[in-house]
Design a protein around this ligand. Structure first.
Ligand code: GLU
Length: 319
């Protein structure tokens, strides 16, 4: 299988250097293998969309010399590359899961769910919508067929039907074998009431349809991997390879590096300028090669004491 990797940011603001490092590792991994580096914009959350982010992301990648081979601007055979333009695809694929019994409609209102959540919290439990309580809610598994037809025309979501009592096995190339009981996983929403897919659903469908061979992303997504595995299984699809990268931490090592750390410490955490208040490495006078060199060594080295690498040299020795 040809190596095809993707960097899949959500356009919710400027690209943090943690995101840029994920892009760089994807790029190096692909280029080492003469593969393809794809940019996919995960813009299905209309509430979090920030104008100008897409342009910023592209400009940052271009500045670093790691431009995508396929993406929203230069196109490719696997487009569209903006998830908001792929709605018709998700609609088709969710039908498959509804028809094969892996997903179901849920009609609960946000108010009803808020009450249920509050009840659980009062008992000191975190709320989970799943096999243990789905019969208590208003969904196509709990109500009559006649009522389902009535409700489907109204606002509803589609949830993944997670069967309890199953061991889910996933493999991360960095972390190794991971197994989780399906009884701990909730019936995640796959399609939202606004007709848009959730991250989990769109991510799996797109990685499959874009023929992604290896998913390289930040470790904050590792807890979602068992849910993703269930979605792949529900379709009968083989999963790509997964690599979850440790996050870039604050200087004191406690927690994820944030914009505030940069402000406090007087160092940039963004590649290029975003606004009057948010400057970048570029504006601070750093050369793109130096930024790439620095990011590459945050989480990788070639086993020697070498510290200075051009992009070409990185491609050659990265693994
Ligand atoms: N849209 C997700 C993010 O911005 C992508 C996660 C992934 O690569 O699967 O972090």
């Amino acid at each position: 299988m040809k190596t095809r990797v993707r960097f899949a940011p959500s356009p919710t603001g400027p690209l943090h250097i943690g995101g840029l490092r994920t892009a760089l590792f994807n790029y190096l991994y692909a280029k080492k293998d003469k593969g393809i580096f794809i940019l996919r914009l995960e813009d299905t959350d209309q509430n979090r969309y920030v104008k100008g982010s897409e342009k910023y992301i592209l400009e940052s990648l271009n500045w670093c010399g790691i431009s995508p081979d396929e993406g929203p601007i230069n196109g490719g055979n696997f487009g569209p590359y903006r998830q908001s333009e792929r709605k018709y695809i998700y609609e088709k694929y969710i039908e498959i899961l509804i028809n094969n019994g892996s997903a179901y409609y849920a009609f609960d209102t946000p108010e009803e769910l808020a009450i249920a959540r509050e009840k659980s919290e009062k008992k000191g439990e975190s709320f989970r919508y799943g096999s243990h309580n789905r019969h208590l809610f208003n969904n196509s598994l709990s109500i009559s067929n006649e009522n389902i037809s009535k409700n489907v025309s109204k606002k509803h979501v589609v949830r993944l039907k997670v069967e309890p009592g199953r061991q889910i096995h996933v493999f991360d190339e960095i972390r190794g074998n991971i197994s989780v009981s399906s009884s701990l996983i909730d019936d995640k929403i796959l399609m939202k009431a606004d007709g848009m897919p959730t991250y989990h659903f769109a991510n799996v469908v797109d990685d499959k349809l874009m023929s992604i061979s290896t998913v390289i992303r930040g470790e904050e997504w590792l807890p979602s991997l068992p849910t993703h595995k269930l979605i792949y299984d529900a379709f009968g699809w083989k999963t790509p390879k997964f690599m979850h990268l440790p996050l870039i931490l604050k200087p004191n090592g406690k927690g994820k590096l944030s914009k505030r750390d940069g402000e406090k410490g007087g160092f940039p955490v963004f590649p290029i300028k975003w606004s009057q208040e948010i400057s970048g490495f570029r504006e601070s006078g750093f050369l793109p090669n130096a930024v790439v060199n620095y990011l590459a060594l945050l989480g990788w080295n070639n086993g020697n004491e070498d510290e200075i690498f051009s992009l070409k040299e990185l491609i050659k020795s990265f693994n």
